[in-house]
Design a protein around this ligand. Structure first.
Ligand code: NAD
Ligand code: ADE
Length: 457
């Protein structure tokens, strides 16, 4: 991970994160372990949990715990109850006497999908209500299985300390958010004046979304499908929902593997891009009964419903690579009259309909690349996590300035270019230098930034 190693060699002596108490909620993989150790080497104290019940690599979590690099609350195949217990533990800091004390931390958040940010914000809202009407959150008031657990955690914490989340929100100098879906949540909160601390949008660094989302998924989507099913990809007909950064990566690798690739899109620009790549753009109803593999990559909800799976061919593979598990209607499958769930192996279930045909659902509809394989490889995660490291240093450096308000910001292009630069050597790539005359002619500084902010790459 050249970017992270270079962060260490550049900043380790200075310890720019000295005093920072970082809570991280991001897949606990071997790559994340290197991020944690990098943040630690820059001076931070760290507590960590995963942001998905299936994505933890237990050996990575164990190594971090053993080396005392961070307190880790994550293991592969958590229940939802355990998952939210872990998020709460990662956000609960203790004083020297061993008592939970929100004044001790966290003061920075690394988030992937926004669950740590959500728990703090929901917590503050419930504490404010509680002050007025002494009402505790009740899991029976929501049908959402995740929110039931959130309410359980918040009710317990409210009884212990009715100021916990307000204290935390006041102490947090900012969050750096890793993924598209988490960033959407942040912009919505900022628009509604609900955001309680500044947010750095790491996803929209070019060296994150145009690399991790694209090339990362290009590698790890087929890895997940193949580890889970051992199926031959060549010759199969597939439907990828969404042709954004992730969908593009997925479609490219499936096409390269010999699949016949269809794309479902709502956005005419992305649909046109898919068509220009030689892919078929269609609606799901056109190909439900002919496709062998279905992949959701939209970040939206209700993409493949149980009524769709009823029409699929026997042993069609259904999986999701978007952040949350609401793209595939798992609830609909569970409640379908007469259906039988046969567990083929961990994270691969065959749902058999009463007519005898079955569909293979991978990772219970959660992100297949991290549930059934090991996510993106280190090189691409080095780009993403160098942005995360820079973002954390930036937030901490500005903790006593008014540079950041409770809004969402992207990192400057110069830093984005630097992240790319740090990874070129490793690929034996040699950059061409502008001459003075050329720089003047295209009106670009010789050392960058090389593109205006509106450039789209
Ligand atoms: P994006 O916004 O670039 O792409 C999503 C695409 O889905 C858009 O083009 C949008 O028009 C399309 N879409 C929305 N609703 C649709 C519908 N009903 N039918 C068809 N298409 C629809 O986002 P992205 O960066 O590609 O991320 C997609 C998801 O993947 C997000 O949830 C993100 O957080 C997640 N993600 C996962 C990984 C991973 O490793 N698994 C990595 C990066 C991002
Ligand atoms: N997101 C996608 N792949 C990942 C990985 N290997 N580690 C952490 N987060 C990821």
């Amino acid at each position: 991970m050249p970017g992270l190693m270079s962060c260490r060699s550049e900043m380790e002596a200075e310890k720019p994160l000295k005093g920072a108490k970082i809570t991280g909620s991001l897949h606990m993989t071997i790559q994340t372990a290197v991020l944690i150790e990098t943040l630690k080497s820059l001076g931070a104290d760290i507590r960590w949990c995963s942001c998905n019940i299936f994505s933890t690599q237990d050996h990575a979590a164990a190594a971090i715990a053993q080396s005392n690099s961070a307190s880790v609350f994550a293991w592969k195949a958590e229940t939802l109850e355990e998952y939210w217990w872990c998020v709460n533990e990662a956000l609960t800091w203790y004083d020297e006497a061993g008592y939970p004390n929100p004044n001790e931390g966290p003061n920075l958040i690394v988030d992937d999908g926004g669950d740590a940010t959500l728990l703090i914000h929901e917590g503050v809202e419930w504490e404010n209500n509680y002050e007025v009407n002494k009402k505790l959150p009740n899991p029976d008031d929501t049908d959402n299985l995740e929110m039931k657990e959130v309410y359980r955690v918040l009710a317990k914490e409210l009884e212990k300390n009715p100021k916990k989340w307000q204290t935390i929100a006041n102490n947090v100098y900012g969050v750096s958010e890793e993924t598209t879906t988490g960033v959407h949540r942040l912009y919505t909160m900022a628009e509604n004046n609900k955001l309680l601390f500044p947010a750095l949008n790491v996803n929209d660094s070019v060296t994150k979304s145009k690399f991790d989302n694209l090339y990362g998924c290009k590698h790890s989507l087929p890895d997940g499908i193949m580890r889970a099913t051992d199926v031959m990809l060549a010759g199969k007909e597939v439907l990828v929902f969404g042709y954004g950064d992730v969908g593009k990566g997925c479609a490219f690798s499936l096409k390269a593997a010999g699949c016949r690739v269809n794309i479902a899109e709502i956005d005419p620009i992305c649909a046109l891009q898919a068509a220009m790549e030689g892919l078929t753009v269609c609606r799901k109803e056109d190909v439900l009964s002919t496709c062998d593999i279905f992949v959701t990559a939209t970040g939206n909800k209700d993409i493949i419903m149980v009524e769709d799976m009823v029409k699929m061919k026997n042993n069609a593979i259904v999986c999701n690579i978007g952040h949350f598990d609401n793209e595939i209607d798992i609830g609909g499958l569970e409640n379908f009259p007469g259906i039988i769930k046969e567990n083929i192996k961990p994270q691969n279930d065959r749902w058999i309909f009463p007519d005898g045909h079955g569909v293979l659902v991978l990772a219970e509809g959660r992100l297949v690349n991290l549930g059934c394989a090991t996510g993106h490889p280190s090189f691409v995660m080095s780009c993403s996590f160098t942005n995360q490291t820079v973002a954390q240093v930036e937030l901490w450096k500005n903790k006593n300035t008014d540079k950041y308000r409770n809004e969402v910001y992207v990192l400057p292009k110069k830093l984005d270019e630097k992240v790319a630069h740090l990874h070129l050597n490793h690929l034996n790539a040699r950059l061409t230098r502008l001459t003075d005359e050329q720089a003047l002619y295209i009106k670009v500084p010789k050392d960058g930034p090389f593109k205006p902010n509106h450039y789209r790459y």
